[in-house]
Design a protein around this ligand. Structure first.
Ligand code: NAP
Length: 473
């Protein structure tokens, strides 16, 4: 029922060293399954195989043929959406309704980039010396895609699909906690017609194989999503070989509510902008700024909405908040709540029974120096503070090393645009909490990242720009 091994050169392959990743079902704390971990030998094999696949055909395939295969991958992912969603839900406790949406999102990403193959091209440039000058967008070679455990399947898809569409081959390393859907992605894509070696999947501990993958001489680009700490480490390793990197890292996103907004609508929409995925979301709106005249009304409605959120079994289609990914992750979150003792904390308790569950926590009265306000908690915890004027609120918003996402709620168009320009983040929504659109660039300012996933921008990150001049003399 569960995938077992790395997927290399079109085959499920038991590694030479018998290292295992033990997976636990976070909804029950019971052992779920074991996956064999790739070692250094498998990393070498996977990269070498990907390079062979690149040179022996994938890079030179007519774009139409590449598009046809990627459309077939999208189709097979749709056909297996239930299976993918169930795997993800059992593996990391994601509510099944969200897991189904994310399986569909993965398929949509493949469709989008299958269509994009024919719409991404160079330019002709009228250079001063005359002649004919044009640019090409060329694939890089082998791309290492390293992904986290919070949105394992969609992030694997949104790295693999554009890289493959641009003509690269990919070695995908899922997080140790969430290898199952990544392995299925490799298997299904191959079944749909992706040639052997074009998408390799190497589950394994980042500490054991991550550096070797990043530093492998045949790896030309590292596309990473994860913590700022590991992102910085990867950037340092990559610097030695001047390797291309794109990094999608942590966040501490603001949610700004002005008094002229539709406050009830904002308050009803805001709890799930931070508590969805049990708060394990890089875009979580975990710092809420509310203009003082509507502060009490906002908080009251926010609490009312939070009280009826359904926390429970991820297999139940009605569940909105499942367990955290592990009991260790829950303990990390609880440590933030314990350290915020002097503040008013509403909720944040463990429901009775098994599993890594935690009820949503709302912190009031925080200072901007509190760790729970400043740091990425990565759990269902929100801090709500009042503000009095726009300028000082913006200073507090931008007083963060992060700059990934955010929301502004107001009915004053001029204010909306002024504030949207000032907030230091790569993604911002007005009167909405949307962060991710397949068709639009996604990524962070400051320590939230470098480069962009999704949209046509992602294709730029998976290609080298070459200039060619033809003399007419
Ligand atoms: P993480 O600990 O940084 O791990 C991310 C990935 O890096 C995992 O596959 C991990 O493998 C691997 N890794 C660890 N050490 C490595 C090394 N030395 N070399 C190469 N790879 C290594 O992050 P996480 O805990 O999985 O995910 C949570 C973080 O991701 C949060 O900070 C969140 O904000 C961020 N995130 C950002 C975005 C975004 O788009 N900006 C989206 C989602 C998540 P192991 O699992 O085996 O350690």
């Amino acid at each position: 029922m569960f995938p077992q091994h790395p997927f290399i050169d079109g085959k499920s392959r038991a590694p030479r060293e018998p290292q295992r990743l033990q997976l636990t079902d976070p909804a029950t704390d019971e052992p779920l399954t074991e996956v064999s971990a790739a070692g250094l030998a498998e990393v070498d094999d996977a990269v070498a195989g990907a390079q062979r696949a690149f040179e022996s055909g994938w890079r030179d395939l007519p774009p139409g043929k590449r598009a046809e295969i990627l459309f077939a991958v999208a189709t097979i992912l749709r056909e297996h959406a239930d299976e993918i969603a169930r795997l993800e839900s059992r593996n990391i406790g994601k509510p099944i309704t969200d897991a189904l949406d994310e399986a569909a999102l993965g398929a949509r990403v493949f469709e989008y980039y299958a269509g994009a193959v024919s719409k991404f091209f160079g330019e002709t440039i009228p250079v001063a010396r005359g002649g004919f000058n044009f640019t090409l967008r060329q694939p890089m070679g082998v791309v290492a895609a390293i992904v986290p455990w919070n949105f394992p399947f969609p992030i694997a898809c949104w790295k693999a699909a554009p890289a493959l569409a641009a003509g690269n081959c990919v070695v995908l390393k899922p997080a140790s906690l969430s290898p199952l859907t990544a392995i299925r992605l490799g298997e299904l894509a191959h079944e749909a017609g992706l040639p052997a070696g074009v998408l390799q999947v190497v589950p394994g501990a980042g500490g054991a194989i991550g550096d070797a993958l990043v530093e492998h001489p045949l790896v030309r680009k590292i596309s990473f999503t994860g913590s700022t700490e590991i992102g910085a480490h990867i950037m340092q390793l990559a610097a030695r070989g001047i390797k291309r990197v794109s990094l999608e890292l942590g966040g501490k996103s603001p949610n700004i509510i002005f008094a002229d907004a539709d406050v009830d609508k904002a308050a009803a929409a805001s709890p799930m902008s931070v508590f969805a995925n049990a708060g394990q979301d890089c875009c979580a709106r975990s710092r809420v700024f509310v203009e003082r005249p509507v502060f009490d009304r906002f908080v009251e409605k926010f609490l009312e909405t939070t009280r009826v959120l359904k926390v429970g079994d991820p297999a139940d289609p009605e569940t909105q908040i499942g367990p955290l990914v592990s009991s260790q992750q829950r303990e990390k979150v609880e440590a933030y709540l314990a350290a915020a003792k002097g503040r008013e904390i509403i909720g944040g308790d463990r429901p009775a029974g098994r599993g890594a569950y935690l009820r949503p926590a709302i912190a009031l009265g925080c200072e901007t120096s509190d760790p729970v306000w400043r740091e990425e908690v990565f759990g269902p915890v929100v801090c709500i503070r009042p503000f009095d004027d726009e300028a000082s609120m913006l200073r507090e918003v931008n007083d963060s090393p992060y700059g990934l996402s955010g929301s502004v709620w107001t009915n004053d168009l001029k204010r909306a645009l002024r504030v949207a320009r000032r907030v230091e983040s790569g993604v911002l929504s007005i009167n909405s909490h949307a962060s991710v659109h397949v068709e639009a660039p996604f990524g962070g300012f400051k320590q939230s990242g470098l480069g962009r996933d999704l949209g046509m921008s992602a294709l730029e990150g998976y290609t080298e720009l070459k200039n060619i001049f033809i003399s007419e003399d």
